[in-house]
Design a protein around this ligand. Structure first.
Ligand SMILES: O=C[C@H](O)COP(=O)(O)O
Length: 282
């Protein structure tokens, strides 16, 4: 399997943390991680909307990237409660999370809406982080892979291979997220990541498809993070509760970074070839 060069680590603070909480968190995280080379780690934080402008100023010129938790699909219009790409660009934000489980399952967003948002984000110069994941019911009926494939095929319907260079995917099984979530074990998560990468390769070709980072999220904690990151198809971790304390998040990053590095170094020399990538994902 092709290895990505960098480890992807991020957190979504959901509807937690005030502006001052967020800036304190970012300042501390920035200080703690300053020595990690940017070409080893892509580190991002997705705070609340009210915190975004201050957050963006706090990390300006630094190594942490700040993203929005949602984004509308038009530049302006009669969309009460939505925030447009123009508004985000004005405050220096160029990463947008689309289709988080809570947007889909609490607020009723659909795959078709996520597709419009992803398309708008990428055409506006953003990196789009598309979140996908099966429900407990999908899993019980043995439909997890079908659900993931449908979410990708609809959510990325209008995205070209060239645009896919600005795409990240987070695999977050709905049943694994939050205080009542049960973390996916590393073998289960890795097998879903394999299916996601296979689908991305079908959509965009193996060269582009296998370059798209796929992160696991859902009750990641200090104990399971090292197990997850050693799996061959997991490119990073997207963490909620366990990352909301900067020191704790930094500790997780410090634990998994060398494990990811050894995994990357273990990649076979021929892993860059189309043939070996295709063979690996089958
Ligand atoms: O966006 C992050 C995920 O929803 C994971 O949250 P969690 O780690 O608290 O389960």
């Amino acid at each position: 399997m092709k290895r990505l060069d960098r480890l992807y680590m991020g957190t979504n603070t959901k509807m937690y943390k005030t502006i001052s909480d967020t800036t304190a968190f970012l300042s501390r995280l920035d200080q703690l991680t300053a020595d990690i080379p940017a070409d080893h780690l892509e580190l991002f934080v997705i705070p609340s909307y009210t915190s975004l402008e201050s957050a963006s100023r706090t990390v300006a010129g630094g190594r942490i990237r700040v993203g929005a938790q949602n984004m509308g699909w038009e530049d302006e219009g009669q969309f009460t409660g939505e925030i447009s790409p123009v508004m985000l660009q004005e405050i220096g934000v160029n990463l947008a999370m689309i289709g988080h489980s809570e947007r889909r399952h609490v607020f009723g967003e659909t795959d078709r809406q996520e597709e419009k948002k992803v398309a708008k984000a990428i055409s506006s110069g953003f990196t789009a982080l598309l979140c996908i994941g099966e429900t407990a019911e999908d899993k019980a009926y043995g439909l997890s892979d079908e659900t993931l494939r449908a979410q990708l095929k609809i959510g990325l319907h209008s995205i070209t291979a060239e645009q896919a260079a600005n795409l990240w995917i987070a695999y977050e099984p709905v049943w694994a997220i939050g205080v009542n979530g049960v973390p996916a074990d590393e073998q289960y998560a890795d097998e879903r990541h394999r299916v996601i990468k296979e689908t991305l390769s079908e959509l965009f070709g193996p060269e582009t498809g296998l370059d798209i980072p796929v992160l696991y999220g859902g009750s990641v904690n200090p104990e399971n993070a090292p197990l997850l990151i050693q799996m061959p198809h997991i490119d990073g971790l997207f963490i909620g509760r366990s990352a909301w304390d900067a020191d704790r998040f930094n500790a997780i990053i410090r634990t998994v970074l060398p494990l990811f590095g050894s995994r990357k170094n273990a990649a076979s020399p021929q892993s860059g070839s189309c043939k070996s990538q295709k063979e690996e994902i089958r």
